[in-house]
Design a protein around this ligand. Structure first.
Ligand code: BGC
Length: 761
């Protein structure tokens, strides 16, 4: 059995994105071998109910390394021999988070010795790279370059598939608008359009030219749905959002992932307006399978089905199994509930056999699509072959490029940057100065040895006189170091410039890592205050897994670079930027608020009945907190480079947009600086009056331009009626004639160039 049409061919054939969003998602995209349905039905006909329940049971691999084991709560793991036996007995559909070719070959051997010889699946959290670690997804989103996300996902898939992985639990496509939530680091931030484009790109990257190819891994957009809307930014907390907001904000990145060919999704941990997503028949049934005609698989999150009991939604394990399964969860991850309870539920008639068969059919077709019935060892050839594909020079080069493109320069007053590698004495200060334990981010399970890629070594390697760099820790992440501040101040005094490598350690973000106060930890803030008092120019390099509220000397520093967690090539990429070998080109995918108390803050908020028209004036009885404008400190889309960019000559052709026409929006972007730079030109729109209130601005398109010193370029966007759709009063896609504002701007809150137009009836 084989699947010859590549996804690219199918996508090209399918035409425009607008058309794609109307065709059914899932199996409609990869062309199935004509023999598959008959093959699957014949196999299904030979299976016992227990074997069927086995095909719906996924468990942690006993070969999971310590990093992989540490990301989930501890559960009872079977012994190696028990897991082999389960594979042989057909009690398992696959295992996750192991990447051990020899062991997985033994597991597959056991499955092949079983009665039905159904191959096992090997899944893993390949979130942002495998042995080569790319920037955290939130960082990579700052590149505003979906093609980069496609390339890094492709490279991750090449490494992971060679090491035996068939299926990744990625991309995480949860829109995240509350910076307290620690899992925002795994996604693409607050914006729907950026989220959709990145979701599609990552799916395409993971799945490559066809799922049955040995270097493809199946994608799994997660967590369905609205996990990022947890109340108070508290991980796992309840979510209560309107159906309109679900449809407008939280659903679209999933649709984009499915339209790009993803065949699986993961049910979220959270409840959704009273009904846990894992037991939500409206969500998984009516919407996903009904309305969207999704033909793919739904997997629970880790023990998500069992957790229906703690939610207070199921009375016991049997009830939890019934509710999760009947709601539409095909595969149970880690709890073992399906294996334990589905046979009895089918025997009692509470779960119809036809429903069980439908889920098993989906699993078998998924395995067929992955090429596993043709060759169960497709991605577990040999340890040598696995090793031969890891950390290749071109992959490391891509990691350096991605790291460079992920960094956002918030400020560069008086052109403090770039530094001079030949002339300046530099004090490098802070807990990230020579750290290698915090460069990967919180979701790295398989990253390799990183020695030598710390910032200090990379800076030294780039400097003419390595002695001109003095390195001082100055502080721990959380706690002061004895004498640390004194040492740091001494080093700064002896230098021309102080570079402060500070911020959050990676454990501050990721799963179950919500923060209440999203600021630079106090010990480090004090360090920066003391170094700033020397009067030396400061360059702040912030490590962070979320937007931070910056204060005091950190905020006052003339130069600030947001560096997230950049992965394997963190040090070299930062040295490239600091010394001007590359120009910063990232833009914020999340707004940085002025104060943590503004959260959730996102640029696409509604105007309210009393908007504050002049954020700097703080008029009474207008929408703002005491003393704080209702605006970001650094808004979504903001970022600087080493050029000097100017926008002018906005031309929209006509101020009237016929309902079947298009507006050509043109602007001239000029680099008046002395260095090359990249600019992310952003198109925003506001619908002034509609039957449902609209956000103050919405991103409709963006374009990244490379501009040599002194160069200019014209950027053109095309705006059509369908770009102005919103979820109307009847929860249907709606567009209404009327007046719209339009901005071509360098950020969501910058004035940029402005025009208005009328959408005609
Ligand atoms: C996370 C998922 C992850 C799963 C398996 C869960 O705790 O929420 O995102 O894929 O564990 O590691």
């Amino acid at each position: 059995m084989s699947f010859r049409a590549t996804r690219r061919e199918l996508l090209l054939g399918a035409g425009s994105l607008a058309l794609l969003s109307r065709i059914p998602v899932g199996w409609a995209l990869p062309r199935e071998d004509a023999r598959t349905p008959a093959f699957v039905d014949a196999l299904l006909g030979r299976m016992t109910v227990e074997e069927k329940a086995g095909q719906l049971t996924l468990l942690g691999s006993v070969a999971a390394n310590t990093a992989a084991a540490a990301i989930n709560p501890e559960t009872r793991h079977p012994s190696a021999s028990a897991q082999l036996e389960a594979a042989r007995a057909g009690q398992l559909t696959g295992v996750f988070n192991g990447a051990n070719v020899a062991w997985h070959r033994r597991m597959q051997d056991a499955a092949m010795q079983g009665r039905l010889k159904i191959p096992l699946l090997f899944a893993a959290d390949v979130i942002h790279g495998f042995s080569t670690v790319f920037p955290v997804p939130l960082g990579e989103a700052a590149s505003f370059e979906p093609e980069l996300a496609r390339r890094t996902a492709r490279a991750a898939a090449q490494e992971a598939s060679a090491a035996g992985i068939d299926w990744t639990f990625a991309p995480m496509v949860d829109v995240a608008r509350d910076a307290r939530w620690g899992r925002g680091v795994e996604g693409t931030g607050e914006d729907v359009l950026l989220g959709r484009r990145m979701a599609a790109a990552r799916v395409r990257g993971f799945q490559g030219d066809g799922l049955s190819r040995p270097d493809a891994i199946a994608a799994c957009p997660k967590h369905f749905v609205a996990y990022g809307a947890a109340e108070g930014g508290l991980d796992y907390n309840s979510v209560d959002v309107s159906e309109r907001t679900l449809r407008e904000v939280y659903f679209p990145p999933f649709r984009a992932g499915f339209d790009a060919g993803a065949l699986t999704t993961m049910a979220a941990f959270n409840e959704l307006s009273g009904i846990p997503a894992t037991g939500n028949a409206w969500l998984l049934g009516d919407v996903l399978r009904g309305e969207w005609n999704y033909q793919g698989l739904v997997v629970s999150d880790y023990t998500g089905d069992l957790e229906l009991i703690a939610h207070g939604f199921a009375s016991d394990e049997r009830d939890a199994t019934r509710k999760a399964f009947l709601a539409g969860v095909d595969i149970s991850m880690q709890s073992g509930l399906y294996l334990r309870w589905l046979p009895a539920l089918v025997a009692s008639g509470e779960v119809p056999m036809a429903r069980l068969d439908a889920s098993v059919r989906r699993v078998l077709r998924f395995k067929a699509a992955l090429g596993l019935f043709d060759d169960p060892y497709l991605r577990i050839r040999s340890e040598q072959q696995a090793q031969a594909r890891q950390r290749l020079p071109e992959t490391l080069q891509l990691a350096r490029e991605a790291a460079c493109k992920s960094v956002v320069m918030l400020k560069n007053d008086h052109d403090v940057l770039p530094l001079d590698p030949a002339g300046q004495r530099i004090a490098l200060i802070g807990p990230m100065a020579r750290d290698v334990a915090n460069i990967h981010g919180p979701w790295t399970l398989f990253g390799g040895d990183e020695s030598g890629h710390d910032l200090a070594s990379a800076m030294r390697a780039a400097m003419t006189d390595p002695q001109a760099l003095e390195v001082v820790d100055g502080s721990g992440f959380d706690d002061a170091l004895p004498g640390g501040i004194e040492q740091a101040v001494r080093a700064a005094r002896a230098a021309d410039v102080a570079v402060l490598a500070i911020g959050e350690p990676q454990k501050y973000s990721g799963e179950a890592q919500s923060r209440t106060d999203i600021v630079v930890p106090e010990a480090q803030q004090q360090l920066v205050e003391a170094v700033a008092a020397t009067g030396k120019p400061l360059v702040v390099l912030l490590s962070n897994g979320r937007a931070l509220a910056l204060r005091g000397a950190v905020l006052e520093a003339p130069a600030i670079l947001v560096t997230w967690f950049l992965g394997s090539q963190s040090g070299p990429a930062l040295a490239d930027l600091l010394f001007g070998k590359a120009s910063p080109s990232g833009r914020l995918p999340v707004s940085f608020p002025r104060e943590p108390g503004q959260l959730p803050y996102y640029y696409a908020h509604k105007p309210t009945g009393r908007p504050d028209p002049q954020p700097d004036r703080l008029d009474a009885f207008k929408t703002h907190y005491r003393g704080i404008p209702n605006a970001a400190l650094f808004p979504f889309g903001h970022g600087l480079g080493y050029g000097r960019i100017e926008y002018d000559a906005l031309d929209i052709g006509s101020a009237r947009l016929p309902s079947d026409g298009a507006l050509e929006v043109r602007a001239r972007i000029r680099n008046r600086g002395r260095r090359a730079a990249e600019e992310v030109v952003q198109l925003y729109v506001r619908d002034r009056a509609a039957s449902v209130t609209r956000p103050v601005r919405e991103l409709k398109d963006f374009r990244k331009l490379a501009l040599a010193a002194g160069a200019s370029a014209e950027v053109t966007f095309t705006l059509r009626r369908e770009d102005l759709l919103f979820v109307g009063t009847a929860l249907d896609p709606t567009v209404e004639p009327g007046t719209f504002d339009l901005w071509v701007a360098p950020s969501a809150e910058a004035d940029g160039l402005h025009a208005t137009f009328e959408l005609l009836a």
